[in-house]
Ligand binder design. Structure first.
Ligand code: PMV
Length: 310
């Protein structure tokens, strides 16, 4: 029997980079999903995953399953995706989480969401070497999450509907591990004064995350927008934004967005703007006018699911 699972992509809302250094962040699962199907076969191991950028996530997941649960060899794994891996929506994490769930179901193992997260995070670290695990958490639990490094805390933030976001792609694919490693080197190699500056920036980002958590629950978009702008300014200070992302954020603000910021590691990928309904079209046009591409995607989406559950 073929088992089908799907897991959502993600968008970082607040706290990127600081979350790698024991601070919290806020992430949302998005409506774009990755679909994985798993079927037991006799003998052969086959992966048909044309849209998966890095097959090591799939291979490492299967390897870990075999080592931990002594499951068989014969498997056919197929994937398809709602979105391009270019956007930085976390396709590798979504594939990993969907595959863990599908494999667990295939071999009749019961794994709790926390166990799925722990396994997924281990696999991500194995493959990438760096990362907080926020993307694995979004793919696993879904919704809007308050998340602390490595899953020390993973708490849903109550928000009835999705947040009124406009998402713009900068046209450049970001290399997240490279940017994270670069910042790590900077922290290590710089003299104590600059190290202190970066730690201070992380502390300020942490404050923003805590305030944002509250304002999301309150649905106070004006306040939340201001917090986005502040967070973006701090990311600029960390030197991870780009001219294009800055331009897109400025254009969104000028067209009436409550706030705008880059989302994720920086160096490319997407920016997000918080926008009142009656300004959405203006903001979209403004982002496009500086060369951004609007991505149609909703947020606060459901976490991993088995699609043919009995
Ligand atoms: O580039 P993205 O969307 O995968 O986000 C990376 C966020 C970082 O905080 C920079 C890294 C991490 O693993 O938390």
């Amino acid at each position: 029997m073929k088992i089908n699972a799907s897991a959502p992509g993600k968008l970082m809302l607040f706290g990127e980079h600081a979350v790698v250094y024991n601070r919290p962040c806020i992430v949302t699962a998005v409506s774009s999903r990755i679909y994985v199907s798993v079927e037991k076969t006799s003998g052969r191991f086959l992966i048909d995953a044309p849209q998966v950028k890095d097959l090591r996530f799939v291979e490492e997941t299967v390897k870990m399953f075999k080592n931990r649960y002594q499951v068989g060899n014969g498997l056919t794994i197929q994937t398809h995706s709602d979105f391009s891996h270019q956007y930085g929506f976390g396709s590798s994490s979504a594939v990993t989480v969907a595959l863990i769930s599908a494999l667990a179901k295939t071999y009749q193992l019961y794994l709790s969401k926390k166990e799925i997260f722990n396994l997924g995070y281990k696999i991500a670290l194995e493959v990438q070497g760096v990362g907080s695990g926020f993307d694995i958490a979004a793919a696993t639990f879904g919704g809007v999450l308050y998340f602390v490094t490595g899953g020390k805390e993973i708490k849903p933030i109550k928000t009835e509907k999705s947040l009124p976001l406009v998402v713009g792609y900068s046209g450049v694919k970001a290399d997240t591990p490279k940017i994270v490693k670069r910042l790590k080197l900077k922290i290590k190699s710089q003299r104590s004064k600059s190290q202190l500056t970066i730690q201070k920036i992380f502390n300020l980002i942490e404050k923003i995350v805590l305030a944002a958590k509250l304002e999301i629950t309150n649905r106070n978009w004006k306040k939340l927008g201001e917090l986005m702008n502040e967070n973006h300014r701090l990311l600029q200070k960390l030197d991870v934004s780009t001219k294009k992302l800055d331009k897109m954020c400025q254009a969104a603000l000028k067209a009436g967005a409550y706030g705008a910021k880059l989302s994720g590691a920086g160096g490319g990928d997407c920016m997000i703007a918080l926008v009142e309904d009656n300004k959405r079209e203006d903001v979209k046009k403004a982002i496009e006018s500086v060369g951004g591409q609007i991505i149609k995607v909703n947020n606060n989406a459901e976490g991993v699911v088995i699609l043919n559950d009995d």
